[in-house]
Design a protein around this ligand. Structure first.
Ligand code: AMP
Ligand code: MG
Length: 412
């Protein structure tokens, strides 16, 4: 089997996701209007334009005195204080030749054009005295200086974080239109697997991938069904695939996608739908299966089979499953951010496959490398806080610039 580049695989995976979105029943893709308190982590379905300017009136950016800059004489006799305006109060028009005591966020009186902060004002016999003429317009928050009425404040496909929701709230919106959550089913394959808490009888290993997938999916705000461990048999695997396809958008499995006799995922998916088996030119994470499972309604659920090695599972999830999930969720931009960083390590033998090396940022602003980069060494992924994306055949010397992808960007 010839190797496929990650970029080629991504083109196919995303094309599969886009095709899926065209075929799912219309009702499943109707945006839901949710209250702001339920919107965190959801994906916005339409652009949002503001129906108002923020702020909607001029207000003070400081505690101080609102005035007309032209009324101020530096070192002059001072101006009378004609009113006091706290935040939330409505001022009266400013009497010419006077100032208004004003507080942060309070509306500017009509006729005032400037705020002088209280530290720059001397009070002499109840008059506000100034040593300098202020710059007209200083410390005034103009109408719309944050948001202009009619402008687009949030874009379709935005993942709604705390700041997005706060911005919507600042314009008075109490609900937002979001796409439905992507429904994902997972199961682990392998007769060697037992669950933590069970005794480890000879020949068995503990199932770590199950928890890996649970955690990874929890970070992506999907609806996740964990179908547990499926025994290494064709019938059992087919039955679970059929069941999962009925009410999920994507099925993700770990293990069993190599071409060994004990790998039943491939024939099971083939029998229930279609599958392509790829040898990705990446390390770790070579085998990857992509396909679809037929549903009774004639549509299909997408299928991705990840390699069983835990580090390979993590890396292929981050690089291949995450973009598919983001696209299914309604996001256009699904590529993780790569940060040019200084290597504080050497990597004298580049692999012919593109490598994703477990690395960690250090206090000197560079990157350290975990000593054991084997795909069965899960310890590397706990020690590391991201991966170096190293092109095929590339050696690295200390001081070289490498491309770093932080787990915080990749896994949430
Ligand atoms: P496979 O892809 O099924 O050939 O598995 C590759 C390697 O990953 C083998 O050493 C498996 O024992 C191991 N493995 C498979 N599934 C899991 C799992 N759920 N948790 C931990 N290790 C696994
Ligand atoms: Mg196996």
């Amino acid at each position: 089997m010839s190797l496929m580049s990650l970029d080629d695989a991504l083109v196919r995976l995303l094309a599969g996701a886009d095709a899926y979105l065209q075929t799912v029943p219309h009702a499943a893709r109707v945006p839901a209007s949710v209250p702001l308190s339920d919107a965190l982590g959801r994906v916005l379905a339409t652009d949002i334009a503001s129906s108002m300017s923020v702020p909607s009136v001029e207000n003070s950016a400081m505690d101080g005195y609102a005035l007309r800059a032209a009324d101020v004489v530096a070192g002059g006799p001072g101006l009378a204080i004609s009113q006091r305006v706290a935040a939330g109060q409505v001022p009266t028009p400013l009497t010419p030749g006077t100032v208004a005591r004003i507080f942060t966020g309070a509306q500017l009186p009509e006729g005032a054009d400037t705020v002088v902060m209280q530290e720059d004002v001397r009070l002499v016999d109840g008059l506000a005295c100034f040593d300098a003429v202020p710059q007209a317009g200083a410390h005034v928050r103009g109408i719309g200086c944050d948001i202009m009425e009619g402008s687009v404040i949030l874009k379709a496909g935005d993942r709604l974080g705390p700041a997005h929701i706060a911005l919507a709230a600042s314009t008075g919106l109490d609900r937002l239109p979001v796409w439905p959550r992507v429904r994902v089913a997972t199961f682990s394959t392998g007769d060697e697997l037992v669950m933590p808490g069970e005794p480890l009888v000879p020949g068995k290993i503990y199932n770590s991938n199950r928890f890996l997938l649970r955690g990874l999916l929890a970070g992506l705000d999907v609806l996740h069904t964990d179908l547990g461990i499926v025994e290494d048999s064709l019938d059992a695997t087919r039955e679970v695939l059929r069941r999962a396809a009925a009410d999920h958008d994507l099925i993700v499995t770990t293990g069993g996608v190599s071409v060994g006799e004990e790998d039943h995922v491939r024939p099971a998916v083939e029998a229930e739908g279609r599958i392509d088996l790829w040898a990705l030119a990446i390390k770790p994470g070579k085998p990857l299966a992509f396909g679809a499972i037929r549903r009774e309604d004639g549509a299909e659920a997408l299928f991705i089979g990840l390699p069983g090695n835990p580090v390979s599972s993590l890396i292929t999830f981050a690089l291949c499953v995450r973009p598919v999930l983001l696209r299914l969720a309604g996001m256009a931009d699904v590529a993780p951010v790569r940060i040019a960083s200084r290597a504080d390590f050497s990597w004298p033998r580049g692999d012919r496959r593109r490598e994703f090396l477990r690395a960690r940022r250090n206090a000197q602003g560079g990157l350290d490398l975990f000593s054991n980069q084997l795909s069965a060494v899960l310890t590397s992924t706990v020690w590391a806080d991201g991966i170096v994306d190293n092109p095929s055949g590339q050696t690295i010397a200390p001081g070289d610039t490498v491309q770093f992808i932080a787990f915080s960007d990749l896994l949430s």
